[in-house]
Design a protein. Structure first.
Length: 160
C-alpha cells in the first residue's frame, strides 16, 4: 500500500451509475409528454392542464413503457391469490390510481400471466413497494423484495 502526500493511492473509486431514464439536464418549462399528457412544470411532472406554447417530449415513464424496461417487477402467486384474483388486482389498480394522482411517473406497465404466477411490471420502484405493502397489510401472506442496480430496480414477491 502506497501513501503519498495526498493520502491513499490504492483507494477504490466508485463508478457513477447512469440511469438512462433520468434526464440529466432540467426539462424546459413547461414540457408536455406527447404520449400521456403529463406536464413538467415547477420542477416536477404533474397532471396539470397543459399551458399554451409548451415544449413536447416523452416523459421517463412513457419511455420505459415504450422500451419495455420496467423499474419494478412483482410476482404474485398462491392458492389464495388464484381464488381472489379479481379482488387483489382491483386493490393493485387502486394503489396505482392513488400513486399516479400524486406522481405521474409511477405507473403499472403490464399485468401478465407467467406460468404459476402473475407478473406486474411498474415504471417506478415506489409504486412497486407500495403495492407490496398494500397486499401485506390487506391480505397478509409472505412478501419480500430486493433492490438491484443501486436502488433503481426492485423485484418483489407476494404469496398466500
Amino acid at each position: 500500500m502506497q501513501k503519498g502526500p495526498y493520502g491513499r493511492k490504492d483507494r477504490l473509486i466508485k463508478e457513477k451509475r447512469n440511469d438512462t431514464y433520468r434526464h440529466r439536464e432540467k426539462w424546459p418549462e413547461p414540457t408536455r409528454c406527447s404520449v400521456c399528457g403529463a406536464v413538467f412544470t415547477k420542477g416536477r411532472w404533474t397532471w396539470e392542464k397543459t399551458p399554451e406554447q409548451a415544449h413536447e417530449a416523452v416523459c421517463p415513464a412513457c419511455r420505459r413503457i415504450l422500451d419495455h424496461y420496467p423499474a419494478g417487477t412483482l410476482e404474485l402467486k398462491g392458492d389464495f391469490f388464484e381464488s381472489h384474483r379479481e379482488e387483489i388486482l382491483n386493490l393493485v389498480r387502486n394503489v396505482e390510481k392513488a400513486e399516479m394522482g400524486e406522481h405521474p411517473l409511477e405507473r403499472i406497465m403490464a399485468v401478465e400471466e407467467a406460468g404459476e404466477c402473475t407478473l406486474i411490471t411498474t415504471t417506478g420502484v415506489h409504486i412497486a413497494r407500495r403495492i407490496l405493502e398494500a397486499l401485506a397489510r390487506s391480505y397478509e401472506g409472505k412478501s419480500s423484495f430486493q433492490y438491484g442496480d443501486g436502488s433503481k430496480n426492485i423485484r418483489g414477491f407476494w404469496e398466500r
